[in-house]
Design a protein around this ligand. Structure first.
Ligand code: SF4
Length: 350
């Protein structure tokens, strides 16, 4: 049993704070503001999390900071899939709640899949996280700290970030964008904006906001159906944000941002895997600057199942005529429940 990671510090965790906030923090403890910039550099660029290794900090400053002020999260468990290409990590928040993140290796591409909420309110019928219900939003620090911990665990530099773990990022919009901004900051982690993807189940007003604000990050939309009725079967969010509104907002985004949008399509047996659906997709997406990512469903022991390989092949056939790129994600983490839509902590501490 691990000790509960209760907050027992006098300071807010440093991870999650911006350059300006760290400057104010330094001043608030009687130090010069440039000490805040030094802390920013150590935490995000050099990714050092021990004050005694931050060699240019004054002794007086180091003495004022207690050693566990840096991380808002701690790792409590890790799993390695049999392919050894996917590792899932369980983190404990300071209030004892749990979230998961996944590290995936595909050749030179090292991707982390980060959570933005504990649980999720969107209630997609095929999703393990949905079964937990919504528990809370993560702070930007709790999101960024998943990345920093995973970078320490990874032998190679992480090349891509996807906000596609537990939760709907656009229902925690402010903290998700703040986390992306921290990862993108040139004096910090310095991850290129096009390597950061935010994936939404289709919160239309937030897609519009993301577009209006000209956010530089990539956008992915979980489509999972080709009509209002079909999508509604597995994604009740379609009642609030209709299929046609979602398509319009996605097209507008792609047009105005000149960024290619990614549509994710989780392929479920007898639900949305008919070749007629892929024919519809070819037409539906033909005038959008996009790419389509087909994800054969990862079973979680519920009513949905993955189509047979023959059915998957038949579905993919019409897509060969598409005027947009199509990729198939053969998830590698199924044996440890780390595939898309499979993240859920088995126990939630209150
Ligand atoms: S698929 Fe994503 S948006 Fe839908 S319930 Fe699961 S975590 Fe939430």
């Amino acid at each position: 049993m691990t000790e509960p990671y209760k907050h027992k510090h006098k300071h807010k965790p440093l991870i999650g704070q911006t350059n300006l906030e760290l400057e104010s923090f330094a001043e608030s403890i009687g130090e010069k503001s440039f000490r805040g910039r030094q802390l920013f550099d150590w935490i995000y660029r050099q990714q050092v999390d021990k004050f005694n290794e931050m060699t240019d900090l004054s002794k007086s400053l180091r003495e004022k900071l207690d050693s566990d002020t840096i991380h808002p999260l701690k790792i409590v468990n890790r799993d390695l899939s049999s392919s050894k290409q996917t590792r899932k990590f369980l983190f404990e928040l300071r209030d004892g709640k749990l979230v998961e993140a996944v590290l995936m290796v595909e050749g030179a591409r090292i991707t982390v899949c980060l959570s933005t909420q504990v649980g999720c309110a969107v209630d997609c019928d095929f999703c393990a996280t949905a079964k937990m219900g919504f528990v809370k939003n993560l702070s930007s620090g709790e999101i960024v700290d998943q990345f920093l911990h995973l970078q320490k665990m990874s032998e190679e530099k992480i090349t891509n970030v996807v906000f596609m773990g537990m939760g709907e990022p656009f229902l925690n919009y402010k903290n998700t964008i703040a986390a992306a901004d921290l990862l993108h900051h040139p004096k910090g982690v310095n991850m290129a904006a096009w390597r950061i993807t935010i994936s939404t189940a289709g919160i239309v007003p937030k897609i519009k906001q993301f577009s209006m604000e000209e956010q530089p990050y990539k956008l992915a939309v979980s489509l999972n159906g080709t009509s209002q009725d079909q999508r509604l079967r597995t994604m009740p969010i379609t009642k609030t944000h209709s299929f046609s509104d979602l398509m319009r907002a996605s097209k507008d985004y792609a047009y105005h941002s000149r960024n290619r949008i990614t549509f994710e399509y989780v392929l479920m047996d007898e639900i949305n895997d008919n070749p007629k659906d892929s024919e519809k997709l070819v037409k539906l997406l033909s005038n959008v600057e996009c790419k389509l990512n087909v994800i054969p469903y990862n079973e979680i022991g519920g009513e949905y199942s993955r189509p047979s390989d023959e059915k998957i092949e038949a579905f993919l056939q019409p897509l060969k005529r598409a005027n947009f790129p199509v990729t198939v994600r053969w998830s590698k983490g199924q044996d440890i429940d780390a595939g898309c839509g499979q993240l859920a902590t088995n126990s939630i501490k209150n």
